[in-house]
Design a protein around this ligand. Sequence first.
Ligand SMILES: [Ca+2]
Length: 550
Amino acid sequence: MKGIWKRLAALTLVLALVAGLAACTGGDNSSSGSSSQGGSSSSEGSAADSSTASTPDDGEKQTSFKIFAGVSELSPDNSEKPIVQQMNEAKGVTIEWNCVSGDTLTEKKNLMLNAGSDSMPDAFMAAQLKDAEIMTCGTRGLFIPLEDYINEETMPNLMSVLEVRPDALAACTMPDGHIYTLPNFGEMGFEYKDGNTYEIGSIPQFTCINTKWLKAVNKEMPKTIDELHDVLVEFKNQDVNGNGDPNDEIPLSFIFPWDNGAWCANMTTLWAPFGCTDYNEDHRAIKDGKVYYQAASEEYKNALAYFHGWFEEGLIDIEVFSQDSSQYIAKGNGEDARLGTFVWWEIPEVVGYDRAEDYAYLPVLDGPDGTHHVNLNQTSTVSRDQFAVTSACKDPKTLLNWVDQMYDPMISMQCNYGPIGVFFDETPDEKGVYNTIELKEGETEGELKSKSELLGPTRQLTEDYGKYFYMEARAQQRLDDLRDFWFNYVDSTESYPNVVYTEERASHWLRDGGIEAEWDQYLKDLDSMGLQDVVGAWQSAYDRYAEALK
Ligand SMILES: [Ca+2]
């Protein structure tokens, strides 16, 4: 398969389980699958084929199931969703839902996992299961192995996907050789001129600058980090938004804490002049096949030391350590433009569509040595946190046959976005492909999706776009921008698939300074915490994987 992504997706598992370090056993794969991929044969009969609801292995038939399910904040209960009613009717089952959103999800999930089997649901769906939980619950017998059910009889739609994505089960196989969770396929990428496909999140942090202000202070678009510095000083000193208040302009804002949205809003694209970007929460990076810990690199140190200077000069928003994404977006959307430079997934979401015209992407800047380096984010298209069956379930076959419908392309599309007639037009276009419905005044695609989607294991394959439905315009725009703008600054497309200590230190150094004096002690502390062992483990997992590919 072309592209490093696919290989790395399988590798991610090994890394996530560094503690165990057992080799990934690869798992049963799908060569026996026989139904045609993506065709209509398996995809359109779901409303009528209740006869395929299977009888259980042990003879005990169960038609009512309890599912603990994660939903988005705006979502109604899953039982109210038309797609769920359609799936239930097709298989003759009823579901008693326990739907949870937001902060309480983790808490309630933990309670449930620790309470033992009495209150155990039959399945966990979209419950943000962590690898450690999957592993622990699997070995304790709380989650049952699924590999014997992944076959043509019970899961025909999943088998169709596995036919074209045979590596996916390897990404779900735990070190003990069992598969406790179903794969979820989330592909949204673009083909680059090197022939590889890169995912939409490979550069998650776009830096954006107010070009109207740039003109107002008589500056060109910066090409170096020092040129940007001089621009920001002008943004700070002048009343560039022209509202009479010289102090309400924020030269540079971003979000630092990971939990507040730093994955797409931190400033590390601006670190490229110092030789790295740092998009991965674990600070894992790779160069020429050699794995290293980004937060222990000279590049990282130099970047923080440099930007501490900006912090002292008042060029950086004082709220970067405290604001969350909604406060950040409110800042961009206020009555007067206040953000000179900001970082986000895209421009309009922060400043609104009208004001977005005053902003442009800030190119990746050169550093003091005249160069830059972008580390691509690790991205994975197969996740394994979406569906687990517990030992409380008496009839896993029927339950898995029910959930298998979510891998049907037409059902999957409606789970991922919303029903036909609600999120998509009532009828497809002349090519048989569904368009997003015309939005109501003041409504956004994201909002409509949150209200209508059914979270769970689904298929979102590259080849499905333009075949069953069209990609959202905003996502397509981001992919185009990645390909046509951001990737011009990418020299190495090498990337690594998926030590808390660093975040508080980094906040301290950026805010208070002192990184030079404290750096050596910090490195010693990391070593005493076993950093070298962790890096060594990552390296040997990677080496084994690379060897297996030969
Ligand atoms: Ca002002």
